[in-house]
Design a protein around this ligand. Structure first.
Ligand SMILES: Cc1cc2nc3c(=O)[nH]c(=O)nc-3n(C[C@H](O)[C@H](O)[C@H](O)COP(=O)(O)OP(=O)(O)OC[C@H]3O[C@@H](n4cnc5c(N)ncnc54)[C@H](O)[C@@H]3O)c2cc1C
Length: 483
């Protein structure tokens, strides 16, 4: 059933999102044109539009249409239509983003890419795969495992998020400290440009010095320059062994110092995560059977490789941490896997601490040079204490990346004000320490105001010129990244 615009907004079945206040006229003829391309996979039903209003952040906007393409030709025809009619179009993978990247804040079309989810080729000799953008990261890794291979970028959301979303945010995760971010693995992209043209940015080779690096231009572009319809990705051999060193500290700042000492000794762990005292509490609530009796601020150092090399590195980390730590121990096997499984849940499970409070993803992804980690931790603690807001700290500290989890009672306006203030101060603290407002979650709308300051106005205007050249009508994910 289609409803006229006003009825949609007055419809009690429609969950009104905070930002969905501008009624739009449903453009029936556009819907018919979309249906001529993808059939019933184009929809303007109020319930579907509401389902596609936001990602995992609090940023929302109601789309006019939801369209689910199944191949590059359909994407190309849809973009040509958008280009001719000047319709905003926002690509969506799994919607697990935390910056409002796929939230259609200017309405128009949400292009749900999750149906384009085929693994087209596993090329073992060349150590690469060709995939469609809707492939979920964990599914790719399940397909690679029998070959002794894996796709290393490892976000906490890997059971849900898509390769297209990961490329568009240059995502990373627990193991990027050793293996790098998505950017290090993308060899070639098939991209549909704003006017519907289809291009390839690279070739099936591990290196090339031919021309501008268009592949890297599209990595991290958050759907503002084109729609990715296919990706050639480098893959890596699975390590033979992994070991986990658990080091508990009295203070988070001291934990940060231990990280610096480990890296200064030339040891590269395959993961290096901080979980502060509150996070450790959440970790235990996530899995009450978890075999961690200790308290304190915890650093998880994982090492991988051969039996001999992991032993040696684990012992070196143990010895480096011991003088600073309250206690240190090494775990392997099932215990290690249980700890990692619980670690993946902490960000979302924080509400277990207080069911009346919700975690809001703001100021949650700052990053600084490794040497500045203790200073960042101290600064975040001071900000939280001064504003009087609970702030749990965890994250990929080996990359200098700290996830600050601010949680509030969302019915309390005063707590919202505290949250906005704390998030702003955390972003500014990271910039002052020479860091970034986002290490991996992206800019989207959530952090758009800080980008010109982080990049510098001149560099930001180069970015704007690239956007204008590739998308002169501004139809691709408008409003994002401050463009
Ligand atoms: C519990 C949890 C844990 C997380 N942990 C991590 C983590 O450890 N590391 C990390 O980096 N992130 C993490 N994230 C954030 C998020 O999961 C990642 O950013 C992820 O890569 C987003 O993928 P997605 O498929 O959900 O993309 P979406 O949210 O759907 O989209 C993300 C962006 O990509 C664009 N896009 C999507 N597909 C395409 C395409 N085909 N062409 C062009 N543009 C496209 C969208 O327009 C949007 O701008 C976490 C999120 C949650 C909820």
């Amino acid at each position: 059933m289609q409803l006229p615009a006003n009825e949609i907004f007055d419809n009690p079945d429609c969950i009104k999102c905070a930002r969905c206040v501008e009624p739009r006229i449903i453009m029936n003829d556009i819907l018919q044109e979309l249906k001529s391309i993808v059939g019933e996979r184009a929809s303007a039903s109020p319930s579907e539009r509401c389902c596609y209003a936001s990602d995992a952040s609090q940023i929302a906007g109601l789309p006019d249409f939801v369209v689910r393409p199944m191949n590059t030709k359909e994407v190309s025809l849809i973009l040509r239509l958008c280009h001719d009619q000047i319709i905003p179009i926002t690509a969506r993978g799994a919607g697990t983003g935390l910056a409002g990247g796929c939230s259609p804040v200017k309405g128009g079309i949400v292009l749900d890419m999750s149906g384009m989810n085929r693994i087209l080729e596993i090329d073992i000799e060349n150590q690469l795969v060709i995939v469609e953008p809707g492939v979920v990261a964990e599914k790719l890794n399940s397909a690679l495992k029998p070959h002794g291979l894996f796709f290393p970028p490892d976000p906490g959301s890997m059971a849900m998020c898509t390769i297209g979303g990961m490329i568009s945010y240059n995502s990373s995760g627990m193991r990027s400290v050793k293996y790098g971010t998505v950017r290090n693995y993308v060899l070639d992209l098939e991209v549909v440009l704003a006017d519907g043209q289809v291009i390839h940015t690279g070739r099936k080779v591990l290196k090339s010095s031919a021309g501008y690096d268009l592949t890297r231009l599209f990595v991290g572009s958050e759907g503002t320059l084109g729609i990715i319809t296919r990706a050639g990705l480098k893959i890596a051999p699975l390590p033979k062994t992994r070991k986990l060193v658990l080091a508990f500290f009295d203070e988070a700042e001291t934990a940060g110092q231990a990280v610096i000492r480990v890296f200064s000794r030339g040891i590269t762990p395959s993961a290096c995560e901080i979980l502060d005292k509150t996070t450790l509490q959440v970790l235990k609530l996530c899995d009450p059977m978890l075999a961690i009796a200790e308290e304190g601020d915890l650093i998880l150092f994982e090492v991988d490789g051969t039996e001999g090399s992991t032993n040696e590195a684990a012992i070196q980390i143990f010895e480096t941490c011991q003088p600073l730590a309250r206690s240190v121990r090494i775990v392997t096997g099932q215990q290690m896997q249980d700890i990692w499984a619980a670690r993946r849940l902490v960000g979302a499970a924080i509400s277990r601490l207080d069911p009346k409070k919700t975690r809001i993803y703001m100021g949650e992804d700052v990053g600084v040079p490794i040497k500045k980690i203790p200073a960042l931790i101290k600064k975040v603690q001071q900000i939280a204490a001064k504003i009087d807001i609970p702030a749990m700290k965890y994250g990929h500290i080996g990359d200098g990346n700290l996830h600050v989890a601010l949680f509030i009672d969302v019915m309390d306006d005063e707590q919202w004000n505290k949250l906005f203030l704390a998030a702003d101060k955390i972003h500014r603290a990271a910039l002052e320490l020479g860091g970034t407002v986002s290490s991996e979650h992206g800019i989207g709308l959530a952090r758009a105001e800080y980008l010109p300051e982080q990049m510098g106005l001149e560099a930001f205007s180069v970015m704007q010129s690239i956007k204008n050249a590739l998308d002169p009508q501004g139809i691709l994910n408008p409003g994002k990244m401050g463009l």
